[in-house]
Design a protein around this ligand. Sequence first.
Ligand code: COA
Length: 156
Amino acid sequence: MAKVRLAVASDRDYFIQDYLTRYGKDMEMAKKHAIVCIDVHRSIVIHSEDEIIGSVTWAIREGIQAGLVVIFQMSITKTENRGKGYGGLLVKHCIEDIENFYQSKGYNLRRIFISVNENNIAGRNIYKKNGFRVLAELKDHLKLGEMELIYGKDYF
Ligand SMILES: CC(C)(COP(=O)(O)OP(=O)(O)OC[C@H]1O[C@@H](n2cnc3c(N)ncnc32)[C@H](O)[C@@H]1OP(=O)(O)O)[C@@H](O)C(=O)NCCC(=O)NCCS
């Protein structure tokens, strides 16, 4: 059965490989990406006994006192593992981690936001199901002719 946990230093190779697969073959950038995901921000990984199935990363925006968080880089690595509920599980635990983090630091969480491509039905379903709503539509944002939807979950 799949389990969910916070990413740790020994997950470095997974994040390097994830970068190389998704964003291009630049090893220097991939190594920095792993540091950012593990040491700078917080990432949640979903894993079986022997491999990481996927991950999602979240980051504080404009200092913790602003209460603003962005979720990004959610991915279930292998296509055969998609559509099995792993993405939904990741986001559920990611939200819990964000809420617990802010509570433990003694700051109010105001808003969690994410950008999702309009054609990404699985991603949109996951965020809608977890209490997010569309805040804005950005045309030609990541790709010409496509729209990114900014989803937000408000705590105010
Ligand atoms: C987007 C992604 C993370 C979703 O994770 P997943 O494990 O495949 O999604 P889940 O199995 O948790 O499904 C989430 C919901 O979308 C639905 N869904 C899944 N795949 C779908 C598809 N291809 N078409 C339509 N609906 C789909 C599921 O039925 C589920 O809805 P439900 O909870 O109402 O039943 C995954 O598909 C992925 O890694 N895609 C490539 C990377 C990517 O797009 N990242 C950006 C994410 S915003």
